[in-house]
Design a protein around this ligand. Structure first.
Ligand code: ADP
Ligand code: MG
Length: 615
């Protein structure tokens, strides 16, 4: 880019020199030669690009337009115009590459999570190692204020860690021995010794960076529209220009030169650059801004779709509720409570379901995995496992019925886990979950933002579903659903939405990947640390707050507004100048200023998206 800048600078000086020389009326050829040298300095690159693209079969691009317009201008003797067009066009291009470069860098910078090194202990000394070279099982040391370079488990020390760059939340989290830590977080005051559990390529930080960096390959409809638009638009303009050069002079019997000049100016204005560059840039800004707030969007297409959302579908557990169940009551029959809990915890050992996690944490003791023979998780039902030689069934009413277990139905409010050991009903564990603090606000704000239909789906039983629905003012509630019923429901809802509008589904990534994939936009919440959720979803909310969805919708609407502003502004100005040129009220100078000016204004408008985020 430096080289280009220098070229432009030299050409500009030569251009001014040529104008001075021509004003001094020394010898017209002196100024003409200086003009030509200036043109060659700044224009060779464009001419080469045009030729290269013609060879590739892409004839009508902006390089072609500029080349024809400027060489034509030389041929009809308009030397200053020829140089000026090329020069200003290149200045515009330079400005664009600055803007693109800046925004591209800023997404990575905005997130600021890429670690540069990992400290490894070698011969009692700490050495800085490339995180890429660190292996699973290696011990790394993270000093106060440093980024945690790889995912791992703390084996020594304790500290508060800052997850702000991943989640957008500034509340620090306290970690100590045996806690899991994720790469990309920043260590607080303490020194942490961490045993690495994932290679750098698999670590959270890499996953997130890859996701953000690949986002620009999923193009939005409006981006594709521009590509298509320029494919037809440019040849049409060229044809119109040719007619403009030939037909009017023949009909009106006037000078060809004047009309050729108009036709050439026409070509200059017609460049679609302003649109081609500013639209991806606006999306880039939107995606970058969202990622700063812990909302990762996998492509402009999803950002665009989100701005048109009409139906919101929520999973309950872990999405609207904390998904942190607490054991409220244990009711054991012919077995001690502790023993029942032990069987339950062993059976749930391999499950990541929020229910499983709560049972294991209540049990609190180490689990001897040798005593678990096999486990089967039956989605929407529960678990079937062989523990200490006995078959344990733990789950809801459906699971009991499916296995013909005779049990006493319990009517307490909360989620009830029935347990059968060797086909004999042995009691239940009552657990309950809490609604997230900001769920209510999120639902209210969604309604304010034009989401008319809000639906909650859950595998949990009716009583719990209704209670949560009432507290959150959600009227459309469907309960006791198996994962496949959720797919059915979402399919139905997809048929109900209005044309051109979208449906998004919000889940926590535990057993809802089919619905995430099926919806127009799949949003995974609380994805920090959950690989499957990051992979399955189109939009990933790193922390647990449903209100981030409202933020994402606001960002998407703002981005689309800027995109529309740019499209309308650029097209209107261009049409206006084209008309002025055609009727001879504008010249090539105005044409180039219109082209470059519109591009620059459009880019500045697009950069607003990035600016607003930086605050
Ligand atoms: P949700 O839609 O609320 O996220 P799920 O489909 O994950 O619910 O689960 C539905 C129901 O299936 C739970 O309420 C519970 O009764 C039962 N269940 C699912 N997984 C487990 C498990 N690991 N252990 C016990 N019960 C389970
Ligand atoms: Mg779930």
């Amino acid at each position: 880019m430096k080289k280009k800048r220098n070229k432009i600078f030299i050409a500009l000086i030569l251009f001014i020199l040529a104008i001075i020389v021509s004003k001094l009326k020394i010898n017209i050829w002196v100024s003409k030669i200086i003009f030509i040298i200036s043109y060659i300095t700044v224009g060779t690159e464009i001419i080469k690009k045009a030729l290269r693209n013609i060879k590739r079969g892409k004839v009508f691009d902006e390089n072609f337009l500029m080349t024809v317009a400027t060489i034509g201008a030389f041929l009809i003797g308009e030397f200053p115009e020829a140089v000026a067009v090329m020069l200003f066009y290149q200045i515009g291009e330079l400005f664009q590459s600055y803007a693109v470069d800046k925004s591209r860098r800023s997404i990575a910078e905005l997130m600021d999570i890429r670690p540069d090194y990992a400290n490894i202990e070698k011969n009692n000394k700490l050495e800085k190692e490339n995180p890429n070279k660190v292996k699973i099982g290696d011990i790394i040391v993270v000093k106060p204020g440093e980024k945690i370079p790889l995912d791992g488990i703390v084996i020594d020390g304790n500290s508060m860690i800052d997850t702000k760059s991943l989640t957008g939340e500034s509340v620090p989290k306290s970690v100590g021995i045996n806690d899991e830590v994720l790469s990309g977080c920043i260590n607080g005051e303490g020194i942490l010794k961490i045993k690495v559990t994932k290679e750098f390529g698999e670590s959270t930080v890499t996953k997130i960076l890859e996701l953000v960096e690949n986002a620009s390959s999923n193009k939005a409809k409006s981006e594709n529209f521009i590509t298509k638009f320029s494919r037809y638009y440019t040849p049409i303009v060229v044809v119109v220009a040719v007619f403009l050069a030939i037909i009017p002079p023949i009909i009106t019997n006037t000078e060809f030169t004047d009309w050729i000049y108009r036709a050439l100016s026409f070509l200059v204005v017609s460049c679609p650059c302003a649109l081609v560059i500013s639209i991806p840039l606006s999306f880039f800004g939107g995606i970058g801004g969202a990622s700063k707030q812990g909302i990762l969007i996998k492509g402009s297409n999803y950002l665009e779709a989100l701005s048109k959302s009409e139906i919101a579908v929520f999973d309950k557990t872990g999405t609207l509720t904390k998904g942190v169940f607490e054991v409220q009551k244990i009711n054991a029959i012919n077995i001690s409570k502790d023993e029942l809990l032990e069987y339950a915890a062993y059976a749930e050992n391999y499950s990541n379901h929020p229910i499983a996690i709560s049972i294991k944490s209540k049990f609190g003791k180490n689990i001897d995995e040798l005593k678990i023979l096999d486990t089967k998780e039956i989605a929407g039902h529960g678990i079937c496992a062989t523990v200490k030689g006995k078959e344990v069934l733990i789950g809801n009413q459906k699971l009991m019925e499916k296995n013909n277990i005779v049990f006493n139905k319990c009517n307490e409010v909360g989620t009830i886990l029935y347990i059968a050991i060797d086909k004999k009903y042995s009691g239940f564990i009552l657990i309950s979950d809490e609604i997230k603090n900001d769920s209510e606000v999120a639902i209210r704000d969604l309604k304010k933002n034009g989401i008319n239909k809000i639906v909650m789906l859950t595998g949990d039983k009716k009583e719990v579903a209704n209670e949560v629905g009432k507290k959150l003012t959600i009227k459309d509630i469907y309960y006791e659903l198996l994962p496949e019923n959720k797919v059915e429901k979402v399919t139905n809802l997809l048929n109900q939405k209005s044309k051109g509008r979208t449906l998004f589904f919000v889940g926590d990534g535990v057993n809802d990947s089919p619905v995430l994939a099926l919806s127009d936009i799949g949003i995974a919440m609380g994805a920090l640390g959950s690989d499957s959720a990051i992979e399955a979803a189109d939009i990933v909310i790193m922390n647990d707050e449903p209100s981030k969805i409202v933020d994402a919708i606001k960002i998407s609407k703002k981005t689309m507004r800027i995109v529309k502003e740019n499209i309308i502004f650029a097209i209107l100005i261009k049409i206006l100048v084209l008309i002025l040129v055609a009727i001879g009220m504008s010249n090539m100078w105005w044409a180039v200023f219109a082209d470059v000016g519109v591009s620059i204004l459009a880019i500045l408008n697009a950069l607003r998206m990035l600016k607003s985020i930086r605050k």
